[in-house]
Design a protein around this ligand. Structure first.
Ligand code: PHB
Length: 365
């Protein structure tokens, strides 16, 4: 077998995963509206990718208010839960494991997908230059400017925490193997953590402790709703995404990682900024993360198989998530084992549409 190190089983939380190849969360915008229920093709799409040691679903709303993109699914209604159960059953039937990535998009939203067409919430009313997507009459994604946000009230913040816990309960009932909290890429939890977008003067803004308060409260509420062994989190230190400038101190990021470490989670998922044109990590920073975090580390961000092997061998990370490669190559893990090239990607069908460019990428012979 080629690239054997990627096929050593790995422990995360209380479970064992068959290899170290992870399918990264990938927004595909094919959910049914209204209702934000996963599409009828999603079970086949995810099941085709069950060769991964772990599948992380596309980012999934914890409430209707959490929605920023037309066509992203949710996990807060019974209909959504039933649809996700079909998907987890299909993945498990093929020997795979799957966690759901839970998000609140905050300011990366357009008012037309918000309840009562209200402006979206964020930490503050800081406007960023960024886009989200809506749907045209053919179901294709069209890019639009985000709606300027309004500051969340404390009551709304408390509701966001409850919504993450509720979605975690539904994830467990839907047969997921865990949840991943989306704390990265300039979405709501990151908007509170980043100084750029958090101008609050209450207990959720100002000091580092205050800016981390929402993210840590969400972790604690999800742990309470399930247990630490089924909760992972994704963060993106050094990365500025979605117009949220978060390229600041290493020391603050290591402090946050230490806070996460103390909670004994299933894993820490680090999105390195390379894939979005950010500043590449140094090995020194990777080592600092490793020294701060005692549990499983998954890394992502424009990783090649060679880079994955190198960084696992060096001990910086334990597993690697592949994103766009997993869109185009459903049997990615199997092909890595057999040393067979991947399929060509078709970016024009990444977002929106139907089964074309979703479930029809070919398997190897
Ligand atoms: C995207 O839709 O491009 C997207 C969504 C979630 C992410 C990153 C990118 O975390």
């Amino acid at each position: 077998m080629a690239h054997e190190i990627l096929f050593n089983p790995i422990e995360m939380g209380s479970q064992t995963f068959k290899n170290r190849i992870v399918m990264a969360p990938l927004t595909r915008l094919r959910a049914i509206e209204p209702g934000d229920v996963p599409s009828i093709w999603a079970a086949e799409y995810y099941a085709q990718r069950s060769g991964a040691g772990l599948i992380i679903t596309e980012a999934t709303q914890v409430s209707f208010q959490a929605k920023g993109y037309a066509g992203a699914p949710g996990l807060h209604t019974q209909d959504q839960k039933v649809a996700w159960k079909v998907i987890t059953d299909a993945v498990h039937a093929k020997g795979g494991k799957i966690v759901v990535q839970l998000w609140h998009t905050g300011l990366v939203a357009h008012k037309s997908v918000q309840p009562d067409s209200q402006p979206p919430i964020s930490a503050s009313d800081v406007k960023v230059k960024n886009r989200t997507s809506l749907r045209d009459s053919d179901g294709q994604a069209i890019r639009v400017d985000v709606t300027p946000p309004r500051p969340a009230t404390v009551q709304e913040i408390e509701q966001v925490i409850k919504d993450f816990a509720h979605a975690t309960e539904l994830a467990r009932e839907a047969g997921f193997d865990g949840v991943e909290i989306h704390g990265a890429h300039g979405y709501l939890l990151h908007q509170f953590w980043a100084q750029h977008t958090n101008q609050r003067s209450d207990e959720y803004g100002g000091s580092r402790d205050n800016r981390a308060r929402l993210m840590l409260a969400v972790i604690d509420a999800c742990v309470q709703a399930w247990d630490a062994h089924h909760i992972g989190i994704r963060i993106s230190p050094w990365g500025s995404f979605n117009g949220v400038d978060a390229s600041y101190e290493t020391e603050d990021n290591l402090w946050l990682i230490d806070q996460i470490n103390q909670r004994g989670l299933m894993y820490l998922h680090i999105s390195e900024p390379d894939w979005a044109g950010g500043k590449p990590y140094t090995d020194e920073f990777r080592q600092q993360i490793r020294d701060t975090f005692n549990h499983t580390i998954i890394a992502a961000g424009g990783y090649s198989v060679d880079k994955a092997e190198r960084n696992i061998k060096a001990g910086y990370i334990d597993a690697v998530a592949f994103g766009r490669d997993y869109i185009a190559t459903p049997d990615l893990a199997e092909r890595i084992a057999a040393d067979i090239p991947f399929n060509e990607q078709h970016p024009e069908s990444f977002y929106g549409g139907g089964s074309a460019g979703y479930t029809d990428y070919p398997l190897m012979d």
